[in-house]
Design a protein around this ligand. Sequence first.
Ligand code: BG6
Length: 509
Amino acid sequence: MGEISTVAKAAGPCSMVIFGAGGDLTKRLVVPALYNLACGKLLPEQFAITGVDLADIPSDKWHETLREMTEQFVDAGGHPEDFKPEVWNWLVSRMSYLRGDLNDPASYQKLAEHLRDLDAKQQTGGNYLFYLAVADRFFAPTVEHLGASKLTTQENGQWRRVVIEKPFGHDLNSARELNRRILRVLDETQIYRIDHFLGKETVQNLMVFRFANGFFEPVWNRDRIDNVQITVAETVGVERRGKFYENTGALRDMVPNHMFQLLAMTAMEAPSSFSADAVRNEKEKVIESLRVCAPEEVKCMAVRGQYGPGAIDGNPVVGYRQEADVAPDSPVETYVALKLMIENWRWAGVPFYIRTGKRLVKRKSAIVIRFKEAPQALFRGTAVTRPAPNCLVIRVQPEEGIALEFGAKIPGPTMKLGEVLMDFKYQDYFGAAPSTGYETLIYDVMIGDATLFQRADNIEAGWRVVQPVLDFWASEKPANFPNYAAGSHGPQEADELLERDGRSWRPIS
Ligand code: BG6
């Protein structure tokens, strides 16, 4: 992020350790992102990657699966011929695999020796990036073991950084406890709590759009904006993650992290600089200003849903309760909608409606800013009744871009209004380089820029807002699950949430 207006150059020497080397995240996202970084010459010559996992396999075997997945990733971009074997070989020449048990102190001793060897062989300078691509129960113990084996000690100008994936905690108390444990070992500046939504170009562009253009900021407030709607709609179900999802649900999985990041980027004040703390301070203030509701208010501001059987793109799919590893009477939500109020001077009285769900009609993530109507109907005595309010639509994915909707006169002798669109598409201007969304984030860790990562207080502020909803839902089983069909727009109750305010959602499709 620090590189906004400059051409990025290769990061400095370092050794990266991926815990969970055999896992899905490593194969599908982290390693393809490293490959992309290598293609862009953003990795240093003095670089090494060590994969650590339980399986006893030779390094070659590990490379093989990784190559397959990376080729598939390039393939998915529609240009399989773009896979560059010479770049892949460059990366592989720096990769090694180490069998290790995260609970066993001896594994960390072995790792420490291995890293010292690499420092000598690859000149990695004693700078270590530990990537925890493992289940969340391993986060704290792994950090503690790393600390005990001195692998997190920064001396003689060397850096040691730890990337922690989500879910960061299961609720407010567990997030606090996790922060407490890792902060006993690490300094906050060594911790990179990742939220991959912040790696999406469109999300980063929100700040540029708002603060590098003089245009919108004067109307970006309660005087001109009626409401904001943030949607992350998915067509996928829980796939092979039934077990994880049964313990998580849509609220924990998406809201205190991804959805709140989108909200914070939309609502924050201009930071005093693009430094990590200046930006994170402003985001923190927004989340801190969110009204925390009392348990008895939850019913009026939160809706949960669960998909039943239905069809996606014409193909029949099962309901959530029929998915693998899901209880046949599961009360877990796969959809959530919330009405949130930001209690500060800029936003007082402007509802932020957010919704996210699986197995919805279309994959679409967008932020919709609905402006207030024109103050007076000028068109008395014409066919124009009431001009529709203007809408700014920020498409996060797919078809990334920004569109402004406004009314225009339909040519002809009578005064009739039509809705028109000024539409900026990323693809038209900048092309579309295949990206996993992790490239910027990994690169930022290497150069020590934490702007796009969550601080301890950011994480806890998010959990504080969702905690009453979690508590209330845990106390009362949903009576009507499943309450939306796969392939639909979500539950009726979500429409009612806005109807009560005299508003409606912008349709997903
Ligand atoms: C993950 C959630 O963090 O984000 C998933 O655990 C969700 O359930 C995913 O599908 C959405 O991310 P993306 O980048 O696919 O929109």
